[in-house]
Design a protein around this ligand. Structure first.
Ligand SMILES: *Cc1c(COP(=O)(O)O)cnc(C)c1O
Length: 389
């Protein structure tokens, strides 16, 4: 039967240590999570500023639900584009200093929208090897040539661009890499985009709200100019604490996406309540210097405390602080020992990261206390001692 391969396939995933397991939380997203009736300190979420459960955002959503209802009822291009969506797009564009912004239901969909709308066969995408899965899928969907360059290797990218005969070129990169926490060389990438007349599409899922003046993100952090060729994608389910994403850029680019991008056109607009929640979130992000300073303090504290662990803490200046363990089973077993210590840290395995580099992906949030970060450091040292014994 057609389903006969599934059971052996699932058994293989389990045998390879690649089975994914979901845990059901009985608490909102925050620095502690209640699972199976017990509380754990969680270093899993991408809620970098601790806004996911902020009372002002909750209140904005409640008020908007009463005023605008819950469902939008149609896609944006039919009748689902309500006043909160329109206001949100205006505020997002102003926030990142670009001409116009388009709001999407998820970041995955926003990424699937951009490259396929701008490219055709005989065009080429130049993508960092460690790009997020949604950017890889976008390249597949675009049907253009997909050239992947070694992680952050500007020289390799330059020679690929130079050799390319493609009619249109598009450079595609994460700004902050989601499993390593490092920053793409954005000024160099921009310069190459200028030199080879390419689009530069930057996915700022992990920089928006966290980096740059006022949390404007990685582009502002690196001081890139607002060129028409520079297209910014930001997600709103991470530091912004809600859900959705936006693409911001030149007026013509955004109009083209609105006219042509299938993941924009052929889906129901997200709830106006979400747009209203995001308007409240944007205000908190703009006024969030204290949250960002506390987050930076926690990052420094973790880095000092993790220095002499027997595992490699990657040099990341962002909220994503990976600890590379190596094998899948070793990473999972360490995560299980931390769980027994009352700590929840996710083990990330292939294909999300390269084979042999399974890791703990520790994410810090402004909602964590210094004591909670210390408890993680102490537990990891205890695990390291157990391993040596
Ligand atoms: C999370 C993430 C996305 C997807 O965004 P969602 O809003 O969660 O769909 C895209 N790109 C990167 C780099 C991400 O980390």
């Amino acid at each position: 039967m057609i389903w006969d391969e599934l059971e052996p396939g699932l058994a293989r995933l389990a045998a390879d240590g690649l089975q994914r397991r979901r845990r059901t939380l009985d608490s909102p997203c925050g620095p502690t999570a209640v699972v199976d009736g017990r509380s754990r300190v969680a270093f899993c979420s991408n809620d970098y500023l601790g806004l996911a459960h902020h009372p002002a955002i909750v209140a904005a959503a409640q008020t908007a639900a009463a005023r605008w209802g819950v469902g939008s009822g149609a896609s944006h291009v039919v009748s689902g584009h309500l006043r909160p969506h329109a206001e949100l797009e205006e505020r997002l564009a102003a926030f990142v200093g670009r001409e116009r912004a388009l709001y999407f239901t998820t970041g995955y969909m926003a990424n699937l929208a951009i490259a396929p709308a701008l490219l055709e066969r005989n065009d080429a995408i130049f993508a960092d090897k460690l790009n997020h899965a949604s950017l890889i899928d976008a390249a597949l969907l675009a049907r253009a040539e997909h050239l992947r360059y070694p992680h952050c290797d500007v020289d390799a990218l330059a020679s690929r661009l130079q050799r390319s005969q493609a009619r249109r070129k598009l450079i595609l990169t994460d700004a902050v890499f989601s499993m390593d926490g490092d920053l793409a060389p954005l000024p160099e990438l921009f310069e190459l985009a200028e030199r080879y007349d390419a689009w530069l599409v930057v996915d700022d899922a992990h920089g928006f709200g966290v980096l740059g003046p006022g949390g404007q993100g990685s582009i502002a952090h690196c001081g890139l100019p607002p060129s028409p060729r520079l297209i910014l994608m930001g997600t709103l389910g991470k530091a912004a604490g809600v859900s959705g994403a936006f693409v911001a850029g030149d007026q013509r680019v955004i109009e083209w996406l609105m006219q042509r991008a299938r993941p924009y056109i052929f889906t129901t607009a997200s709830s106006p309540m979400i747009a209203a929640a995001l308007l409240a979130s944007l205000e908190l992000i703009a006024a969030g210097d204290e949250r960002r300073a506390h987050l930076r303090h926690l990052i420094a504290r973790w880095q000092a405390g993790s220095r002499d662990l027997p595992w490699q803490a990657l040099p990341s200046a962002t909220a994503i602080q990976p600890l590379v363990i190596g094998g899948n089973d070793a990473a999972v077993s360490l995560a299980e020992r931390l769980w027994a210590h009352g700590l929840w840290v996710p083990a990330i395995r292939p294909p999300t990261v390269p084979v042999g580099s399974a890791r703990l992906r520790i994410t810090l949030s402004a909602a964590h206390s210094a004591a909670q970060v210390d408890s993680l450091i102490t537990a990891l040292h205890a695990c390291a001692r157990d391993e040596r014994a």
